[in-house]
Design a protein around this ligand. Structure first.
Ligand code: PRX
Length: 637
């Protein structure tokens, strides 16, 4: 059997789960034994959640790319590692075998070395969804450089913040990226970002769109020229750097309820074991299956379930450059048909938006290859779940509703495809190794079934974050200080009569817009940068397609002559500061905000108004100026 640690039945799941709780170290050591380690670990786990200080596989030496590439060459050398489908269906797709990928990663790793990148250096990657993105990520891992991938929808300012925080010395980008009918000028955005980033010495630019770009002498280099140089050196091998299990593998920035996004840090050994274990088990991956995850590598889903999970398992991972609605709303189904996709992992937002086009785009597509479906990133409503089940899975494919986070590194609570009895809207049960606990506001455990609480995890798992880059205290206060000895997820959760978990959404000021995580404070800060804005408050509200929309209440210095133009200006400002994904859906100008006597904005009230629950505002007598609430209600959009 390809994966000896693959769960085979419900009883097997229950047994593995029990064992993982009784003897977590023995359990994970058994899984980790099936990887290639240059040197085995001395100790499986050291931990405390107080500092926090968590170490897995201490003393173990390895390189994740030897596990994703080298160890497959003997058996899977000619097997497709990556199938790449371009944005334009008329353009030829690419198939990259494990041997090709190995060669390309070594080549580009040598390019990085030639440009002075060393173990521990930070490299920022800002590219579209092309195979070279995966190659760049793996090349960093090959030489022990820490990658920080930034999603292509973020602005120059957001990139600059991330580069400065990580003190990255090199950036890898493309001239541009194709997404639907758009051509995004990535290099030009990088040029703007780098004005304030003296740490960056080199920029490597991969050709994709042939958009004209400025190339700065001494700093900017073409990917293709650099590769040629390695070729003229006779393509020397690139031995993998020996890494400690707890060396950093990557930083990925994510939004929280306060301040700027923080750099979540994952380390080599634990992350590898966890990404692989959760991939193989959740999707019940069988050798030879074609697996298609529609996420972008700029998010954690792409890291764990386009690159590291599938490749470490020797799977065939399909990477799609474009968007589900281009050139038409049948694109995902055409891709499934074209490549005989067996496993499709996507987001509720995509499902909801495609549902809106009816069955026309689905009909006449051969979806008979599909065996398993997955959902990630936000709660999936029952209607979308059933549509996915009936019209895409034709009633025969299990759906795994996977709950997890950037910080968890991999899937935490999920059905196991074809094994766990599913229930629409429920992430169901924890994977082995995961010990969820619900607590009330005071931190007291909520026991039994049919209960609600804040979702925490009480025992470490190998894929968990280790720190937030450059600011360990922030990691402690954000995740480990709310409740003693628990990792706090920020999510609310229900445990039903069967002990099944249903995630009810964030309980903090984090929004989930189309599966993208956005902090309300971040959006407010961006709006407040706009000239003439005095103050703003941002809340989420239910949105049919995006799951959540962004509603902004804004106070301006004086009445604007053209409110519509001012709104557009504010949107432009947010786009510049964060990126188009953070643009509010609604902006309401107000003369004041509901505040307590101590000056705190009562978001609860603003949220209710945005949701349209005008008669259900609760007690507003403690407000400094209750009259303002009436005005806001009247002006509601
Ligand atoms: O609120 C939860 C929601 O997405 C948050 C994590 O966002 P991010 O770090 O960007 O990672 C997204 C991809 C893993 C969580 O705190 N979330 C994620 N998956 C689900 C979900 N909410 C409900 N159901 C899910 N399956």
């Amino acid at each position: 059997m390809a994966y000896p640690y693959q769960i085979k039945s419900l009883e097997d799941y229950q047994q593995q789960y029990q064992q993982s709780v009784i003897d977590p170290e023995g359990f994970w050591a058994n899984v980790a034994d099936h990887f290639y380690w240059r040197r085995k670990w001395d100790k499986v786990l050291d931990w405390n959640f107080k500092d926090p200080d968590v170490k897995w596989f201490t003393g173990g030496k390895l390189n994740i790319t030897e596990n994703c590439l080298d160890r497959h060459l003997g058996t899977l050398g000619n097997t497709p590692a990556i199938i790449w489908e371009p944005n334009d269906p008329e353009e030829r797709h690419r198939v990259i075998t494990y041997r090709d990928l190995y060669n390309k990663v070594c080549q580009f790793a040598n390019v990085l070395k030639n440009n002075g990148v060393k173990k521990g250096d930070r490299v920022c990657i800002y590219m579209g969804m092309i195979p070279e993105l995966a190659i760049a990520v793996l090349a960093c891992a090959r030489i022990g450089a820490i990658h920080s991938v930034v999603f292509g929808g973020f602005s120059a300012q957001s990139i600059a913040d991330r580069i400065q925080d990580a003190q990255a010395s090199l950036v890898i980008t493309c001239d541009g990226a194709f997404r639907g009918n758009k051509d995004i000028p990535l290099k030009s955005v990088i040029d703007d970002a780098l004005i304030g980033c003296p740490s960056v010495k080199k920029v490597i630019v991969c050709t994709r769109t042939r958009t004209p770009v400025s190339m700065i002498k001494g700093r900017d280099l073409w990917w293709e020229d650099e590769i040629k140089q390695v070729e003229t050196m006779g393509n020397p091998p690139c031995p993998a750097e020996e890494m400690d299990a707890e060396d950093m593998l990557f930083i990925l920035y994510t939004s929280g309820s306060t301040g700027k996004p923080k750099g979540v840090v994952h380390t080599v050994g634990g992350y590898m074991v966890y990404a692989n274990y959760t991939f193989v088990n959740t999707f019940q991956y069988q050798p030879g299956e074609v697996y298609f995850c529609t996420a972008d590598v700029g998010w954690i889903t792409g890291h764990s379930y386009i690159i590291y999970g599938p490749l470490s398992a020797g799977a065939t991972t399909l990477m799609f450059e474009g968007v589900p609605t281009y050139p038409d709303a049948g694109r995902l189904w055409s891709i499934v048909d074209k490549f005989r996709v067996n496993i499709l992992y996507t987001a509720p937002t995509a499902i909801r938006s495609l549902m809106g086009y009816g069955l026309g785009p689905v009909n006449h597509k051969d979806l008979s290859s599909l065996r398993k479906l997955g959902s990630v990133g936000e709660p999936i409503n029952e209607e979308a779940w059933h549509w996915f089940k009936d019209h895409i899975g034709k009633g025969r494919c299990p759906i795994v509703d996977t709950w997890w986070q950037t910080e968890t590194g991999g899937i935490m609570i999920t059905p196991i495809a074809g094994i766990t009895k599913e229930k629409p809207g429920y992430a169901t049960l924890p994977l082995p190794g995961i010990q969820p606990i619900l607590v009330d506001e005071t931190g007291k455990e909520v026991t039994g079934n049919n209960v609600n609480g804040n979702l925490c995890i009480k025992f470490p798992w190998p894929g968990m974050l280790r720190t937030t880059y450059g600011d360990h205290e922030r990691c402690r206060t954000t995740y480990f200080a709310t409740y003693e000895n628990l990792y706090f997820t920020g999510d609310g959760c229900l445990r039903d009569e069967d002990g099944y978990y249903r995630i009810t959404g964030r309980v903090d000021d984090v929004l989930n817009v189309s599966g993208h995580r956005i902090g309300t404070a971040e959006v407010e800060n961006a709006i407040n940068m706009h000239a003439g804005v005095v103050e703003s408050a941002v809340v989420g509200y239910p949105h049919d397609i995006k799951g959540q929309g962004i509603y902004a209440y804004v106070i301006t210095e004086r009445q604007t002559h053209d409110p519509e133009l001012t709104k557009k200006d504010i949107l432009q400002t947010v786009s510049r500061i964060i990126g188009p994904i953070a643009k509010p859906d609604k902006i309401q100008f107000v003369s004041g905000l509901p505040k307590t006597r101590s000056g705190k904005i009562m978001r609860r009230i603003l949220r209710k108004i945005a949701e349209g629950e005008l008669d259900n505002l609760g007690d507003i007598s403690t407000l400094l100026d209750p009259v303002v609430v009436e005005e806001i209600k009247r002006g509601r959009l």
